[in-house]
Design a protein around this ligand. Sequence first.
Ligand code: ATP
Ligand code: MG
Ligand code: MG
Ligand code: MG
Length: 430
Amino acid sequence: MASYCHRRYVSRLFQNFGKLQPKSKGQEIGLSCHSHKLMLYNDIIAQSYAGGFHILPIGLRALEKLTRLVDEEMQAIGGQKIAMTTLAPESLWQTSGRWAAAGSELFKLMDRQKHQFCLGPTHEELVTKLLANIAQVSYKHLPIKLYQITRKFRDEMAPRYGLLRGREFEMKETALDTYNGVCGAYNRLFDRIGVPYVKVSGATGIIGGSLSHEYHYFADVGQDSVLLCERCGVQMNKELAAEDGSLPSACQMPAAQCDLQEQKGIEVGHTFYLGTKYSSPFKAVYMDSDGSTMIDFHMGCYGLGITRILQATVEALSTETGIRWPSLVAPHQIYIIPKKDGNRGEDYLAAAESLSDSLTQRRHLQGEIVIDDRMNLTIGRRQVDADRLGYPYTIILGVKALESPALYEVVETATRETTFMSIDQLMSLA
Ligand code: ATP
Ligand code: MG
Ligand code: MG
Ligand code: MG
């Protein structure tokens, strides 16, 4: 039957905790953060080289869900998805003046004709050139809302903390569009993910432009500091306060009443209003309503660190020993543990498979259920692993699951609450 294909078993490669891990792994990452360790130990990611990570099957499910959420929010504001090249010719980066400005963070390489390229760390040049090449853009086409979710390359000075600071990472970029429109979509996205975040004024750095905001998750390992005051409403990256000395003027209150707090943040998104910084040198223009005037595009660009967000949610929500996912991103929704029993082990496994099939069909949970089929292990031992992986619900099939009517023990991971449920109650589980 079709549903059989949707069954997932824990004993499969990469679902069986720690089997493939080199003995030295603990030492290698001794100094890292807990999300990095949890993701390595649970085969969510594997290191390829310093700052480069493979995303393994469970991790990829979560990443794809996150990507779908981003797509939904971008499509909702009329975004059009594209995929630009990874290699960018030096000439374009010379036009913007960033070939030199980006310095040693650029990965540079040369083709056989001795033309220089870089591996795109961000794509303002490429997207502006793409638009400049289109001859007949008119005011009627505006706003243009292009976005892509692709891999970026930056030769970071100190890659660390797994996906939080990689040398290649996935980023979603939007070009053009209206600034507030994209910020609205980002707010909705971060609300849906559900991890507390803050939006602060940010520095424009090498990307440039005149207006910029950053989205941050709160975490001790965050490499940014954000300044927040509930009384005067200041929310800004400390970097910005240091850069332009804007702090005193941003705070409208007498110093004694201001209650500025400094917190560590992980920068998960960054929006920039660029004006004509790129369109002007690339001559990216559109025809105005008078039918004769050519006007430089006013552009914005908006980055979301997709792989960074994935790990940052884990960093923000997890315990030292167990992953906790935002429910919309959890790789699987339900973890089933059938009881080990000398005589009836087969019956419990069959009951688990049948429960998985019914839930899959009636709740449309294709691929969302895993069965812990390591029937040589006790329930308690497997519950420890279920807790480590942190899927929203664990269902234990004990003696009552083989009685009539059957009762299933349901553990909600977030609250650790346990309830016995009938099949009908399970079918309406939130
Ligand atoms: P950071 O301050 O952490 O170095 P950035 O300000 O250089 O980041 P942007 O150029 O604003 O980064 O890129 C947009 C988004 O891409 C960031 O908000 C972040 O979420 C993500 N990002 C940037 N660098 C990395 C990296 N090395 N690894 C993973 N994600 C990253
Ligand atoms: Mg950076
Ligand atoms: Mg930054
Ligand atoms: Mg930034």
